[in-house]
Design a protein around this ligand. Structure first.
Ligand SMILES: CC(C)(COP(=O)(O)OP(=O)(O)OC[C@H]1O[C@@H](n2cnc3c(N)ncnc32)[C@H](O)[C@@H]1OP(=O)(O)O)[C@@H](O)C(=O)NCCC(=O)NCCS
Length: 176
């Protein structure tokens, strides 16, 4: 039987998407290897934070249903304002079909156009390197918490970007 690719689009989140986004995050993290259990509440709090950029709050939509979500918020590294990716969530039945990758690619493209140089992520060393993330320690960027080097990563948004170094300061909503 022929394999048919999943048809979906990635677009900026709208206010009416909030309840569906809440459920997508909750359901994705219920089955995740590592989860705080409050990722959906974190997003609700971040939407009213100074670190929030509506252009970087994106959903994946398939036949009118929200199936994935990604958020990038502003962080400080030394005096520079850059980005952190958190969270990224795809509904379990739609995972491993390229949705997470498409959400990241679109987000990185928008971030580049907005003039950011890099994006930080805390996560799986098996997943994020596929999108180009490298251990942040290699660039002198450190986490404000204890974490294995391989799980705290950074993506250079442009080849020639000069990255800031220092400890990442997250929005206070992260509670770090
Ligand atoms: C992690 C998550 C966002 C991945 O989304 P996804 O849509 O399933 O990922 P994609 O289909 O775009 O996968 C892209 C690539 O990563 C691989 N991949 C997907 N999930 C992976 C995982 N958990 N571990 C390792 N590799 C993974 C895919 O095989 C694919 O590889 P390829 O490009 O070589 O073919 C999704 O599984 C999820 O929502 N998990 C629960 C929440 C979570 O853990 N979020 C991340 C917090 S760090």
């Amino acid at each position: 039987m022929a394999f048919s690719p999943l048809l979906f689009k990635v677009r900026q989140e709208r206010e009416e998407d909030h309840p569906a986004v809440y459920q997508v995050i909750k359901r994705a993290f219920e089955e995740a290897e590592h989860a705080d259990g409050n990722e959906q509440e974190l997003v609700e709090a971040l939407r009213s934070s100074n670190a929030f950029l509506p252009q970087l709050s994106l959903v994946a939509e398939c036949a009118g249903e929200i199936i994935g979500y990604i958020l990038f918020t502003k962080v400080k590294i030394n005096t520079a304002v850059e980005l952190a990716l958190a969270p990224l969530a795809v509904l379990p039945m739609y995972q491993r079909k390229g949705v997470g990758k498409a959400l990241m690619e679109k987000g990185h493209c928008i971030a580049r156009k907005l003039g950011f140089h890099c994006c930080i992520v805390l996560g799986s060393e098996k997943y994020y390197p596929k999108a180009g993330y490298l251990p942040a320690g290699k660039f002198g960027i450190s986490a404000p918490f204890e974490v294995p080097d391989q799980n705290f990563m950074v993506l250079k948004l442009c080849e020639d970007a000069v990255l800031p170094s220092g400890t990442v300061l997250y929005a206070e909503e992260f509670g770090l």
